[in-house]
Design a protein around this ligand. Sequence first.
Ligand code: NAG
Ligand code: NAG
Ligand code: NAG
Ligand code: NAG
Ligand code: NAG
Ligand code: NAG
Ligand code: NAG
Ligand code: NAG
Ligand code: NAG
Ligand code: NAG
Ligand code: NAG
Ligand code: NAG
Length: 502
Amino acid sequence: MLYLILCFLLGFFNSSLLSLSSSLPPTHLCRPEQSSALLQFKSNLSLSISKCSQEFHIVSVHKTDSWDEGTDCCKWEGVVRDNRKGNVIGLDLSCSGLIGSLQSNSSIFSLQNLRWLNLAGNYFSNSEIPSEFGKLRSLTYLNLSDTALTGFVPHEFSLLSELVSLDLGRNYLLFRDHDFNMLVHNLTKLENIVLDYMNLSLVVPYSFLNLTVSLKHLSLSYCDLQGNFPTQVFHLPFLENIILSSNPNLIGYLPETNWSSPLSLLDVSGTRFPKGLPGSIGNLKHLKALSLSRCVFMGSIPSTLGNLTKLTFLDISNNMFQRQIPDVFGNLNDLSSMDFSSNNFSGVFPSSAFNLTSLTFMDFSSNFLQGTLPNNISELSYLRELHLYENLLRGRVPGWLFSLPSLEYLDLHSNKLNGPIDSIQEPNLVLLNLTSLDLSSNNLSGNIQSCMLVKLRNLRSLDLSFNNLLSLTRCSNDVNSTLPRIIEFLSLLATCNVSQAS
Ligand SMILES: *[C@@H]1O[C@H](CO)[C@@H](O)[C@H](O)[C@H]1NC(C)=O
Ligand SMILES: *[C@@H]1O[C@H](CO)[C@@H](O)[C@H](O)[C@H]1NC(C)=O
Ligand SMILES: *[C@@H]1O[C@H](CO)[C@@H](O)[C@H](O)[C@H]1NC(C)=O
Ligand SMILES: *[C@@H]1O[C@H](CO)[C@@H](O)[C@H](O)[C@H]1NC(C)=O
Ligand SMILES: *[C@@H]1O[C@H](CO)[C@@H](O)[C@H](O)[C@H]1NC(C)=O
Ligand SMILES: *[C@@H]1O[C@H](CO)[C@@H](O)[C@H](O)[C@H]1NC(C)=O
Ligand SMILES: *[C@@H]1O[C@H](CO)[C@@H](O)[C@H](O)[C@H]1NC(C)=O
Ligand SMILES: *[C@@H]1O[C@H](CO)[C@@H](O)[C@H](O)[C@H]1NC(C)=O
Ligand SMILES: *[C@@H]1O[C@H](CO)[C@@H](O)[C@H](O)[C@H]1NC(C)=O
Ligand SMILES: *[C@@H]1O[C@H](CO)[C@@H](O)[C@H](O)[C@H]1NC(C)=O
Ligand SMILES: *[C@@H]1O[C@H](CO)[C@@H](O)[C@H](O)[C@H]1NC(C)=O
Ligand SMILES: *[C@@H]1O[C@H](CO)[C@@H](O)[C@H](O)[C@H]1NC(C)=O
C-alpha cells in the first residue's frame, strides 16, 4: 500500500514535470496486457549465473527477479512506464543473465509503445534474429549487442525510422547489401550506429554514402568490410567518432579538406589506407584519439600534428611512415600514450616528446632515429613504459631515466649508447616500480655492483648483455641479494662479464 502511494507520487511528479500542460490525473498502473507480456517474456527464458561478456566488465544482475505477478510494473527493475497512459515505454534488460531462444512469437513484440529497448549481453541461443523487431516502430534506442542472435538482419529493420541509436554488434549477424542500403537510407534520425563484429562482407561500402547527415558515432570494427570506403563519410558535419578498425580488406584514404570538425575519435587501424596523413588533420581541434596503426600509411608526418592539443592517444605504429619526425609535440599537454614504433622514421629524435607532462606510454622503437637523449628532464612523472629500442641513438644513458618515479619498463636495447651507467647505482635511486630493464646490445661500459641494485625491489628482468665493456660485480656483503635472479637471467644471455668480488 505504502508502495502504491509512493509509486503514485513519483508518477505524478514525473508526469507533471514531463507534461505541465496536462490536467489529466495520472494513472499509475501498467496496462495489464503489457504486464502479462513482460511476465510471459520472463517465463519463456531462463536465467544463468554467468557474467556478462568480459568486455563489458559488468557482472550480470537478474533484473527480472523483481518482476512479480500482482505488483505493478512500475516496481520492476529495468521497466520504464509512461505515467499517463500506463504504457511500457522502456526496457533495459542488459546483462541480465537471460538465456533461451528469442522467437518471432515472443510477447516482447507486442510492446509496441517501446521507445528504448536494451537486451545487450544476454544469450538468445543462436536464434535467428526475428523480423518482428520491425513492429516496434516507436523505438528510438535499440541495443542487441552481444546477444548470440544469428542470420541476416531482416529488411523490416528499415521500418524503425525513429531510431536514433542502433547497436547490433557482437552477434553472428550479416546484412544483405540491399537491406543495409534501405536501412541507412530510411533511418534518417540515426546518430549512433554500432555494428562491430558483425559480418558486413556483402555490403558495398559505398552504401555508407547514404548515411544520414545527423550521424555522430559510427563503429564498424571487425566487420569484414571489403572494398573502397567513401571518403565523404569523414565530411559528415556532426561526426564525432569513427571506428573502422580491423577490416584488413577495407581500402580508403583520409580527406585533404572538409573534415567533420567535431571529430574526436578517429580509428582506422588495421585497414588499408595506403596514402599519407594529410596536413589538414591539424584542423581537428577536438581530436582526442588518433589510431592509424597497421595501415600501410606512407610519406612523412605533417607538422600540424602539433596543433592537436586535445590529443590523449596517438598510435601511428606499424606503417611505412618515413623521414624526420617533426619536433612539434611541446603543446600536447594531455597526451598520455604515443606510439611511433615500427616505421621507417629517420633523422633526429623529436626531443619535444620528452616535455609531455601527461605521458604514461612512449614507444619509438624499430626506426632509424638518431641523436642523443636529453641531459635534463623534469617532466614525465607518470611515464610507465619507455621503448626506444632498435634505433641509432648515441651518447650516454642519462641519469634522469633512473629517477622517473612511475617507470616500470625501460627498453633501450640495440642502439649505440655508450659510457657507464653510474646513475643506476646512486643511493637516492627512486625507481621502486621498475620491473624490466633492457640495455643490451649497446656499447655501454663500466662496472655495476650487485648490492647497489638492491633498491630495485620489483626488478624481474635485467638484460645488460652484448655490451662488451660492461661488467657486473657481486658484492660480498650482498645479504638480501637481488642478484641471483638477475644473474640467472644474464647467464642465459651470457656475454656480460659477471665477476665475484671477494
Ligand atoms: C512462453 O510462456 C507462455 C506463458 O508463460 C507459455 O504458455 C508458453 O508455453 C511459453 N513458451 C515457451 C516456448 O516456453
Ligand atoms: C512460439 O513458436 C514456437 C515455434 O516456432 C513454439 O514452439 C512456441 O510454443 C511458441 N510460443 C508461443 C508463446 O506461442
Ligand atoms: C521507411 O520508413 C517509413 C516510415 O517512416 C515506412 O513507411 C517505409 O516503408 C520505410 N521504407 C522501407 C524501405 O522500409
Ligand atoms: C549496448 O549495451 C552494451 C552493454 O550494456 C554497452 O556496452 C554498449 O555501449 C551499448 N551500446 C550503445 C550504442 O549504447
Ligand atoms: C562473412 O560472410 C561471408 C558470406 O557468408 C563469408 O564468406 C565470410 O567468411 C564471413 N566472414 C567472416 C569474417 O566470418
Ligand atoms: C542510396 O539509397 C538509395 C535508395 O535505397 C539507392 O537507390 C542508392 O543506390 C543508394 N546509394 C548508394 C551510393 O548506395
Ligand atoms: C569542401 O567544401 C566546399 C564548400 O562546402 C566545397 O566547395 C568543396 O567541393 C568540398 N571539397 C571536397 C573535396 O569535398
Ligand atoms: C598549426 O601548426 C602550424 C605548423 O606547426 C603552425 O604554423 C600554425 O600556426 C598552427 N595553427 C594553429 C591554429 O595553431
Ligand atoms: C627505410 O629507410 C631506409 C633509409 O632510411 C631506406 O633505405 C629504405 O628504403 C626505407 N624503406 C622503406 C620501406 O621505405
Ligand atoms: C621543453 O621544455 C623546456 C623547459 O620547459 C624548454 O626550455 C624547451 O624548449 C622545451 N623543448 C621543446 C622541444 O619544446
Ligand atoms: C608503483 O606501483 C604501484 C602498484 O602498481 C602503484 O600503486 C604506485 O602508484 C606506483 N608508483 C608510482 C610512483 O607510480
Ligand atoms: C634485508 O631484507 C630485510 C627484509 O626485507 C630488511 O629488513 C633488511 O634491512 C635488508 N637488509 C639489507 C642489508 O638491505
